[in-house]
Design a protein around this ligand. Structure first.
Ligand code: ZN
Ligand code: FE
Length: 236
């Protein structure tokens, strides 16, 4: 399996999943249709399906324009009221794409109440729930919900690649270092991230194993601890 990042807006990544090189792509969170169209043209492929993690415009605004030219199945949250979703899905549901690519849906309320993540073995698409060294802002959910959502992701195998929807890693690492200044894994990761960003390279995907070692929000011991970190980060 092949996963490509299509940069959009200032810091979004729209992910394109291909079972093999040259195959039509599954597009995750098309906030903008133009960069997706350019990527498809450049790779000379079409779209096989679209996945939507939550209702925010920077993840959905390109959906209806793309559907005009690519009338494909769209999997997204059952609860988000998002126009264009043909296959609403919820926690624990499974579906297959391109014949034999199995996906499992996890409900991960916190950033928004409708937020879901898509897991296919060795890869998880986490939208704005989990960022590298950080997590999404808590717009709609409670600390208890957000904490449980992150713990659910933490149970995935360590080697699982994590595809976040924003390049926020560098700023998140600064906060993480303030929380855990003596975490050696985090300090090494900070050096690696700084080097990548100096060359304007992407820091994603991360892995569940890395995030469990360096991400203060995944490392929170309780929902109270999570709430405290989230408040601190909001004014950091
Ligand atoms: Zn969002
Ligand atoms: Fe977003």
């Amino acid at each position: 399996m092949h996963v490509s990042a299509i940069p959009a807006f200032d810091d979004n990544y729209i992910w394109a999943i291909q079972p093999y090189d040259g195959a039509d792509a599954i597009i995750v969170d098309p906030g903008d249709d133009q960069p997706v169209r350019e990527w498809l043209r450049h790779h000379d492929v079409g779209i096989s399906a679209i996945l939507i993690t939550h209702h925010h415009w920077d993840h959905t605004q390109g959906l209806l324009p793309l559907l005009q030219d690519y009338p494909v199945a769209v999997y997204g949250p059952r609860t988000g009221n998002i126009e264009g979703i043909s296959n609403p899905v919820g926690h624990g549901e499974r579906f297959s794409l391109m014949g034999d690519m199995p996906f499992t849906v996890f409900a991960t309320p916190g950033h928004t109440l409708d937020h879901i993540c898509f897991y296919t073995p060795d890869h998880v698409f986490v939208g704005d729930t989990l960022f590298s060294a950080g997590c999404g802002r808590m717009f709609e959910g409670s600390p208890e919900q957000f904490y449980d959502s992150l713990q659910c992701l933490a149970e995935l195998p360590d080697a699982t690649s994590v595809y976040c929807a924003h390049e926020y890693t560098e700023a998140n690492v600064k906060f993480a270092l303030a929380v855990e200044p003596t975490n050696d894994a985090l300090r090494q990761y900070a050096d690696q991230v700084r080097a990548l960003r100096e060359h304007r390279l992407k820091t994603l995907p991360s892995t569940i194993g890395i995030e469990k070692a360096i991400n203060p929000f995944l490392r929170a011991k309780s929902s109270e601890h999570f709430a405290e970190l989230r408040r601190w980060k909001d004014q950091f």
